[in-house]
Design a protein around this ligand. Structure first.
Ligand code: SF4
Length: 234
């Protein structure tokens, strides 16, 4: 006899927890940026702004071979650094940020990458997203980075109705247990790249399509757009 299907999640919190479970079945909690320590992860994440992880991974092997410590970045020749990271775009600003980051680490943190949000966001080129990646992936400290994929999926899945990354982070972190924050963000990013692709989501392949409020069941019917309020979705 067929079993009774579980009820559809109806509230943002229920949908968030259902998404945590569904995505765990699909993806490992991995970060696509190549790194072997928190400093390399911090640098790679700074470089990942406005470009792809693949592009960052192309430049970091040589960069990390030459730059191993905060002091290496603090004393780096700007022109050499710009050339090394050129393919990632915005290379002048990123090179300046890397030198500034190295100097700040030396002056204020004994050359070590700090382990708190408050300290990380003081570093040049580091916002909450980068800090949360370093906390969650680098140190195993709960953090929920909100990038463009996470923001888009949090709206499509009906978890929030805002595009503001700080508000999305705060709202989702209220719905999901701390120990899931980092993995949930990493899995949302993978889902956004592989299945829930911007403007052409592959809902037929998505395990959340039975309850996702944005699922496209009829290809002729447009997606419901994300809301504009700044609250958790109803
Ligand atoms: S059902 Fe479609 S819109 Fe919803 S999360 Fe899955 S792929 Fe995205």
């Amino acid at each position: 006899m067929p079993g009774i299907p579980p009820p559809s999640p109806r509230t943002p919190r229920q949908r968030a927890l259902a998404a945590v479970s569904a995505l765990k079945e699909l993806y490992p909690a991995v970060c696509a940026l190549s790194h072997s320590n928190p400093l390399e992860l911090l640098v790679a994440t700074i470089l990942s702004a406005q470009t792809t992880d693949e592009r960052v991974n192309q430049v970091t092997p040589e960069l990390f071979r030459r730059m191993r410590t905060a002091a290496d970045y603090a004393g780096a020749d700007l022109a050499e650094l710009e050339e090394l990271i050129h393919p990632t775009g915005f290379f002048r600003a990123k090179a300046r940020n890397l030198v500034g980051m190295g100097q700040a680490l030396l002056e204020r943190f004994d050359g070590q990458v700090p382990e708190t949000m408050e300290e990380l966001v003081q570093l040049p080129g580091v916002g909450r997203k980068t800090a949360n990646v370093v906390l969650g992936v680098g140190f195993g400290i709960p953090g929920f980075p909100v990038d463009t994929h996470v923001a888009r999926l949090a709206n499509l899945l009906g978890l929030v109705r805002t595009r503001d990354p700080v508000k999305i982070e705060a709202l989702v972190c209220q719905m999901v247990p701390k120990e899931e924050w980092s993995g949930f963000s990493l899995r949302l990013i993978q889902h956004g790249r592989q299945v829930c692709i911007a403007r052409r989501p592959r809902c037929a392949l998505c395990p959340m399509s039975s309850w996702c409020p944005s699922a496209v069941v009829d290809p002729q019917r447009p997606l419901k757009g994300p809301g504009t309020g700044e609250r958790a979705a109803p």
